[in-house]
Ligand binder design. Structure first.
Ligand code: G1P
Length: 285
């Protein structure tokens, strides 16, 4: 059923220049792992093991990361350093990876449409790796997959944000059908605060049914002259049903320097250090 997950990764990462001049922003390390790997691990945890990337120029490092590095493997085999490769080896063996290019930067809607070549005619998830989502129990995509099994329609993740930040997001309005779950009645991409239909912001996790592709094709350029997934989803909501889900967990905006630093500190204390302690304890046995 649901097994594919699309990662649009063609963006430039201008806010992190010069770090992102020759390196994809998705490869910036959050402590010891590149940002995009957290998203891929979340997808795998949700049972989505066919990973598709919509890439662009200068993104080769992502392909190399999710592939075996023969020389490195040879060098490190049998040494005490082998443990550092374990988590990426697991990712590579648990999932398959494919790539397609977005020739022109025409917006998130267009990037997802380019991903059709990798998805075909199936429901699929989309992860925007800039939004790091962490939860002590099941991750956000895992929570959304459970909902999809029940409702079988497109679902977007949402979070309440302060009014003064709402202009940075897609915003929904909806009827709450059960606690934390809304049937979408309106959706606007990056509205000025005074025009926002609510303070419920769309976060970079989507489950989409495949009819979205035709709807994107019919969607004219919107905010900033780009084809917006938010506009295509509104069309889908008006025809049938789109749900918005206020997820359990914590989200960091790793597309901004402040959010990235906040995430780094959080991951260091709550993910990295406990993981190292586990590895050390296992070695001592
Ligand atoms: C995209 C979407 C927007 C959503 C946001 C979440 O915008 O277009 O609707 O709220 O991701 O991070 P971007 O931040 O890529 O401009």
């Amino acid at each position: 059923m649901l097994k594919k997950c699309l990662f649009p990764v063609a963006g430039y990462g201008t806010r992190f220049l010069p770090a992102t001049k020759a390196m994809p922003k998705e490869m910036l390390p959050l402590v010891n792992k590149p940002l995009v790997q957290y998203g891929v691990e979340e997808a795998i945890e949700a049972g989505l093991t066919e990973i598709g990337f919509v890439t662009g120029r200068g993104k080769r490092a992502i392909e190399d990361h999710f592939d075996t590095n023969f020389e490195l493997e040879q060098q490190i085999a049998g040494t005490s350093k082998e443990k550092y490769l374990e988590c990426i080896r697991r990712v590579i063996s648990d999932a398959s990876f494919s790539y397609t290019r977005q020739g022109e930067m025409r917006g998130l809607g267009d990037a997802i449409l380019q991903g059709r070549r990798l998805i075909g005619d199936e429901p699929f998830a989309v992860v925007l790796a800039d939004d790091l989502c962490l939860n002590e129990e099941l991750g956000v995509l895992g929570q959304m997959v459970q909902l999809y099994k029940q409702f079988r329609c497109s679902i977007v993740a949402v979070e309440e944000v302060p009014r003064e930040q709402i202009h940075k997001f897609g915003v929904i309005a909806g009827n709450e059908i059960k606690p934390g779950l809304y049937q979408v009645t309106d959706m606007v991409e990056k509205p000025p605060a005074e025009e926002a239909p609510s303070n419920m912001a769309i976060i970079g996790r989507y489950i989409l049914t495949p009819d979205i592709f035709e709807l994107i094709r019919e969607t004219p350029p919107g905010k900033n002259g780009e084809v917006q997934i938010t506009d295509a989803l509104l069309a889908q909501a008006q025809r049938g049903c789109v749900l918005a889900y206020a997820f359990k967990g914590r989200r960091f905006d790793c597309g901004s320097v402040d959010g990235f630093i906040e995430a780094t500190n959080y991951v260091y204390e709550n993910v990295y250090l406990p993981e190292q302690a586990r590895i050390d304890a296992a070695e001592k046995k």
